[in-house]
Ligand binder design. Structure first.
Ligand SMILES: *Cc1c(COP(=O)(O)O)cnc(C)c1O
Length: 372
């Protein structure tokens, strides 16, 4: 077993599935077309959104969301300090200023009670992240956005299969975005999805991701400057295949999470992800906190030696070079939880095909690594 590496996530395709992808490539229809359009409808039904648009990455999805909401120069956008770096980069890239808020260590999501004090006359939007697939307290955030007339974008990059009060994430704000990077629930290599329930936004998103191009009376017309953020047909076919298996995988991941939660319950060095009655965690990642006496990177090394892949969870974005140089934050003062989660956080393997034997091996190795 030691020779074999258990990866954080693993995706496999059957021969039949690979044949179906080959057929799409062989058809010669490569850019956005029928397969993608059908898949968008499938996503609308699954997520329960009125409109959905496939794009070429989760980052592109966020850029399109900000542009569709006219967020740009002079605007401030509230974002969590602990997330994947893209959540903040997109704000910089449209010319706006990210205003970082610390997170809660219970759900690794934005501290809802710190949002209002960060709102200024320049604040235009909030980006709420559902980190690791654990839904943020999104109804409370949506209420704050409404009270202050702010736009709400849900960065649900990790949130496919995550629900808050039985409603799929991505449906609580103006726009929701999902990623199909290989580390996420289903993957097209790179890829993403933008969802909304607002028709005008859907129209603008469609223009923005495809050169601003529209067909008016059968004639192509360019209405606004747009990107080329289109997905390809063979990527859509990859996603279509996985979306079929996704529900089974989601349930398997719930089972795996339950085993980990039980195995680690009595280990006092580990803080486990919190389970909420009204939130369904999709377990994009199983993220734990190691108590401060451990050197997390050393534990990652020890697990690697045992053949188990693990990694830190997410960035404390204000500490990353670009942001710390530009804005010179006092990290310990302003973002203690984000700093701590970045330093002591650990994600361990979780995916649908993980065997019972390997689940046990992973939890065994982690417990032994903390003991050595
Ligand atoms: C993965 C991720 C992204 C970026 O998605 P890509 O598809 O890799 O561009 C953005 N935000 C969060 C929270 C993510 O986890």
């Amino acid at each position: 077993m030691n020779q074999q590496v258990i990866p954080l996530v693993q995706i496999s395709f059957s021969d039949e599935e690979l044949d179906s992808i080959k057929r799409v490539i062989g058809s010669g229809n490569l850019v956005y077309g029928q397969v993608s359009k059908q898949l968008e409808e499938d996503f609308c039904s699954y997520i329960g959104s009125s409109f959905s648009h496939l794009v070429n990455s989760g980052t592109s999805a966020l850029i399109v969301a900000l542009k569709a909401l006219d967020i740009g120069f002079g605007d401030e956008v509230i974002v969590p300090a602990f997330s994947y770096i893209a959540t903040a980069n997109v704000v910089e890239l449209v010319g706006a200023k990210p205003i970082f808020i610390d997170i809660e260590l219970e759900d690794f999501n934005i501290s809802v009670n710190k949002i209002e004090q960060a709102i200024t006359p320049k604040t235009k939007a909030i980006i709420a992240v559902h980190e690791f697939g654990q839904p943020a307290n999104i109804e409370a955030i949506a209420q704050i956005a409404k009270n202050h007339n702010l736009k709400l974008i849900e960065d649900a990059a990790c949130g496919l299969g995550s629900y808050f009060n039985n409603k799929h994430v991505g449906n609580f704000g103006d726009i929701g975005t999902i990623s199909f990077h290989p580390r996420k629930a289903i993957t097209s290599g790179d890829g993403g999805l933008v969802v909304t329930n607002i028709e005008n936004l859907s129209k603008k998103i469609a223009l923005l991701l495809n050169h601003g191009q529209e067909r008016i009376a059968g004639k192509i017309s360019f209405e606004i400057p747009g990107f080329n953020f289109r997905i390809t047909e063979f990527q859509s076919q990859m996603l279509k295949i996985q979306l079929k298996r996704f529900l089974t995988d989601l349930e398997k991941k719930q089972d795996i999470a339950r085993i980990f939660l039980r195995d680690f319950e009595k280990i006092r060095f580990i803080t486990l992800p919190k389970i909420y009655e009204n939130r369904k965690h999709s377990w994009q990642s199983f993220h734990i906190l190691l108590s401060p006496e451990f050197d997390r990177d050393l534990i990652i090394q020890k697990l690697k030696e045992k053949g188990v892949q693990s990694s830190l969870g997410a960035q404390c974005i204000p500490s990353e070079n670009f942001y710390s140089k530009k804005y010179k934050y006092d990290i310990q003062e302003s973002f203690p939880n984000s700093f701590y989660a970045n330093k002591q956080g650990l994600v361990i393997p979780i995916f649908g095909d993980l065997t019972f034997e390997n689940i046990k091996y992973v939890s065994d190795c982690l417990i032994r690594s903390l003991d050595e």
